[in-house]
Ligand binder design. Sequence first.
Ligand code: C2E
Ligand code: CA
Ligand code: CA
Ligand code: CA
Length: 278
Amino acid sequence: SKKSGGNRFTFVSDEISSAAAEANDLELMMRTALKEGGFEVYYQPQYLEDGTLCGMEALLRLHHPRSGMILPDRFIPVAEDSGLIMPIGNWVLEEVARQFMAWSQAGLPQVRIAVNVSPLQFMHSDFLGHVQRVLARSGMPAELLELEVTETTVMRNIEEIARQMRELAALGVHFSVDDFGTGYSSLRHLHQLPIKTLKVDRSFVERITETNGTYSIVQAILSLAHSLGMQVVAEGVERKDQFEVLKALQCDVFQGYLFSYPLEAGAIPPLLETQTAG
Ligand code: C2E
Ligand code: CA
Ligand code: CA
Ligand code: CA
């Protein structure tokens, strides 16, 4: 049904409608996945410089009925636009708590699990209540749950978000700022929030060994974070030379393909057995 005949106007609208069609497909797929167990949480290990496993980040995957796995960069934006991020975000929290307890009851050492939280979840008035209920029902200790928020989340609607963050932090929940350095938050603002960790964005780690300003930026982030009592996670560490530079800069925690890809839950128990401190 394409009769664009070189008309640019039609071409643009074709492109828009195919993007809309893809969004529709994804939305339908996500609704089905919520009902039929089509989402899966992967876990990417985080390490101290001596190789001790100290935490994991929960990363969501969507199973495509035919073509395998869909990554979150494709479906999270659609989930946010459609409001589906609310039930999906709730499911991720519940699933992480359930999985944590299953490992724990199997006698495995416990490490903190970080969960990505969309700004929309935070804006929702009952986010606090939901996290409280998930922790209470599952028995997962609040101290072992970390919520990753982006700079834009915390800078938008700062009063309301600060209130919810403080209440969750009072329960023991940890907060980290994801993709740090890509937004425009001031550390002065962040300092007023109960944030334990900054995650240096992958784009900095990627360029840290090049002779440009990136090294200095990361150095400044690390020294400021440490002087404010925060710890720093480097994400997207892919090469040994990046790891070496980050170690020399006193970075606290390392995450990336150099150490491990995100893994399905079944692959985690042997790592907990052999790589944790306990
Ligand atoms: P993010 O929070 O910045 O997560 C890190 C992403 O980098 C993950 O992509 C991870 O697989 C990837 N990664 C880890 N190590 C390396 C590395 O060494 N090199 C490279 N090139 N990439 C690395 P993933 O799993 O595709 O997730 C993409 C984004 O989707 C996440 O970025 C996060 O913003 C979002 N996301 C994932 N799970 C959830 C979720 O449960 N809820 C929400 N709201 N967002 C999620
Ligand atoms: Ca993250
Ligand atoms: Ca990140
Ligand atoms: Ca990111």
